[in-house]
Design a protein around this ligand. Structure first.
Ligand code: HEC
Ligand code: HEC
Ligand code: HEC
Ligand code: HEC
Ligand code: HEC
Ligand code: HEC
Ligand code: HEC
Length: 344
């Protein structure tokens, strides 16, 4: 703003002319002179208008939320050093790609990999794949899954191949996940890593279309936030009418997880093998180990609409459940006296 202050003052100057003139003489009209005094206060000089306006810098996207999510201790990818998960230069290929040494190799037994089994007192160090100390461990950071420019993550996904250190395009998020969530047993490396997740079942992968307005979850990241590890559970998207569900019988079966009924993976089902889980029914698998058969709960990723009641309520089931047909009907009694399954 201009600050031009003009002070104008009127100075009246009376000039007494002929102070000594005799009294009888009419004193002459006083000569009045107006003197205009202008005081100019110089304005602070304004900078000259710039000839070229520099473009507004595009604000950098704020990714602090993603950094915080990825760094969280309970997240799957960021902060994942763990004595029991092979914190060495070999296993790090997926667990912390920047710590991977392509020259690392599987050591001779009994300590093939630097790792700590639950039964070990101390971490065992293997020949061929030394320990990566926690303070040197990188984890899985932004640049493994996103291209970056000047340290800023760009939109979309790409996989930083840890051998070539070049980005490889991926056509879906699932393709990115499967760079590491894979099973590599039986390959040239003899790596014995078994981490593949197979999506199956027609409930969500029905490419013929869907009835509602929302597409069903198709890619891993539709349910799993790869940054925070947050998971969308069935009930986050489906509201179940308990009274009407499963032919009106669901209310009597609250001890069942959704996938105990809706699994399309063909697993056995039964009460959770871990007794602390309170007997809730889950898909499960029994494997033969050195110490005999052992049963573990399975997280099925195959979901179907159709549910056969006789998956559990079959004849002579060991849980003494009422026998039902696949459709939930009481089976026709056999010609002779049955085993007392029936409707009791
Ligand atoms: C090809 C990539 C890859 C390599 C190599 C790899 N892992 Fe994994 N690992 C994963 C992925 C992905 C997960 C998480 C998914 C899961 O739990 O199935 C995981 C999870 C784990 C887990 C926890 C879950 C479980 O299945 O028990 C352990 C323990 C583990 N890895 C140990 C190792 C060890 C030890 C090595 C080296 C011998 C190794 N991993 C090498 C990809 C890999
Ligand atoms: C394990 C892989 C993985 C890591 C590590 C990862 N991201 Fe992502 N990120 C993804 C995937 C996959 C999506 C797309 C999710 C979707 O479409 O549902 C995504 C989405 C995003 C988006 C949304 C925009 C877009 O591209 O779709 C931003 C922003 C982002 N990530 C930033 C980051 C930052 C910053 C980091 C590091 C702090 C990071 N990500 C680490 C896999 C990853
Ligand atoms: C660079 C390799 C890599 C990529 C790419 C990757 N993961 Fe993982 N992921 C891992 C490893 C290794 C673990 C196991 C970390 C641990 O348990 O310490 C893991 C753990 C997880 C877990 C937790 C598993 C559990 O047992 O609780 C989930 C869920 C997961 N990843 C989902 C995803 C999804 C979804 C994507 C794709 C968007 C993805 N991951 C991409 C390597 C990867
Ligand atoms: C429809 C949603 C959905 C989709 C799609 C999905 N998951 Fe999952 N995933 C889940 C749920 C729910 C769990 C169980 C989490 C819990 O409660 O522990 C789970 C568990 C996991 C686990 C840990 C359990 C285990 O078996 O080790 C891993 C690893 C995993 N998912 C990886 C993936 C990958 C990789 C993909 C893509 C190929 C994928 N998921 C797609 C819902 C989904
Ligand atoms: C991210 C949201 C989301 C999650 C999580 C999710 N679903 Fe779905 N699901 C959908 C959508 C959307 C459809 C398609 C509905 C349609 O046809 O319009 C669908 C379809 C289905 C169908 C077929 C129903 C029909 O009317 O065709 C079944 C059964 C189903 N889901 C079960 C499950 C189970 C069990 C889980 C947990 C493992 C689950 N869903 C997790 C969104 C989800
Ligand atoms: C006792 C077995 C059982 C359990 C447990 C169960 N369902 Fe169902 N569900 C059914 C049956 C039966 C149908 C109807 C399909 C048929 O007639 O075969 C159905 C239908 C559905 C449908 C299609 C739309 C509808 O409402 O009819 C969705 C979505 C669904 N279930 C999701 C879930 C979710 C989510 C859970 C866990 C909260 C769950 N179900 C638990 C048996 C079960
Ligand atoms: C995954 C296994 C499983 C499937 C599939 C299943 N049920 Fe059940 N059902 C159970 C279990 C376990 C109980 C006992 C529940 C409890 O004690 O909380 C039960 C209890 C019941 C009961 C109450 C007790 C009784 O025996 O009358 C009825 C009714 C029933 N189921 C009907 C059905 C019908 C109809 C279907 C098919 C739509 C079905 N169930 C599918 C496991 C299953």
């Amino acid at each position: 703003m201009r600050k031009l202050l003009v002070l104008s003052a009127l100075l009246l100057l009376a000039l007494a002319v002929g102070a000594c003139t005799p009294a009888e003489v009419e004193p002459p009209e006083p000569v009045i002179e107006y003197v205009e005094v202008t005081v100019v206060v110089e304005p602070t000089p304004e900078p000259p208008p710039p000839t070229e306006v520099p473009p507004e810098p595009t604000p950098l996207p704020d990714h602090s939320e993603y950094y915080a999510a990825l760094a969280a201790e309970d997240g799957p990818h960021g902060d994942n050093w763990d004595e029991g998960k092979g914190p060495n230069t070999w296993c790090s290929r997926c667990h912390s790609p920047q710590n991977w040494d392509p020259a690392a190799f599987r050591g001779p037994p009994p300590s093939c990999f630097t790792c700590k089994f639950p039964t070990d007192d101390e971490i065992r160090i293997a020949e061929g794949n030394p320990l990566v100390p926690e303070e040197e461990w990188v984890g899985i950071q932004c640049d493994t899954c996103h291209r970056t420019e000047d340290g800023v993550v760009l939109e979309g996904n790409a996989w930083l191949n840890p051998i070539t250190m070049e980005y490889q395009d991926v056509s879906t998020p699932t393709e990115l996940c499967e760079k590491c969530h894979v099973t590599t047993t039986g390959n040239a490396f003899g790596s014995a890593v078994d981490h593949k997740i197979t999506l199956g079942g027609s409930a969500h992968l029905n490419y013929g279309g869907f009835l509602g307005e929302v597409a069903p979850p198709t890619y891993c990241s539709d349910c799993h936030d790869p940054h925070s590890g947050e998971i969308m559970q069935c009930e986050d998207c489906h509201t179940i009418d308990v009274a009407a569900h499963a032919k009106g019988k669901y209310a009597g079966m609250q001890m069942l997880t959704c996938l105990a009924c809706h699994d399309a993976g063909g697993y056995d089902v039964g009460p959770h093998p871990d007794e602390d889980m309170g007997g809730i029914w889950v898909p499960q698998e029994t494997t033969m180990g050195r110490g005999g058969p052992s049963t573990s709960a399975i997280i099925s990723h195959s979901i179907v609409y159709e549910v056969a009641c006789d998956r559990c309520h079959f004849e002579e089931n060991t849980w003494e459940l009422t026998v039902y047909t696949a459709d939930g009907e009481i089976p026709e009694p056999p010609a002779e006296e049955g085993e007392g399954g029936g409707d009791g």
